[in-house]
Write a protein that binds this ligand. Structure first.
Ligand code: ZN
Length: 87
């Protein structure tokens, strides 16, 4: 997909790839290569509903820790994108 950054004073366009399964059933976050902000594209697991109360995303490491020992299939791409396929 082509993503246009929504951060103030950025508006950078970038292209990201992720699996349909993650997009429809899991979690997808893309990182803007310009300002390095992460943007939530899909959250079917509801993880970020709990984590964005202060308007800031936790790091994925924090989230995984908070989720305990649950085994999750996901990946952190070299471009900073995060994709979690769901359970
Ligand atoms: Zn940006």
């Amino acid at each position: 997909m082509t993503f246009t950054c929504t951060a103030n004073d950025c508006g950078h366009r970038s292209t990201h790839e992720f699996s349909k399964r993650s997009y429809e059933r899991g979690i997808v976050l893309v990182q803007c290569p310009q300002c390095k902000n992460r943007h939530l594209i899909a959250d079917h697991l509801g993880w970020f509903k709990e984590s964005t109360e202060d308007g800031k995303l936790k790091t994925i490491e924090d989230l995984l820790k908070a989720r305990g020992e649950k085994v999750v299939r996901g990946r952190l791409g070299p471009d900073g994108d995060i994709e979690i396929e769901g359970e």
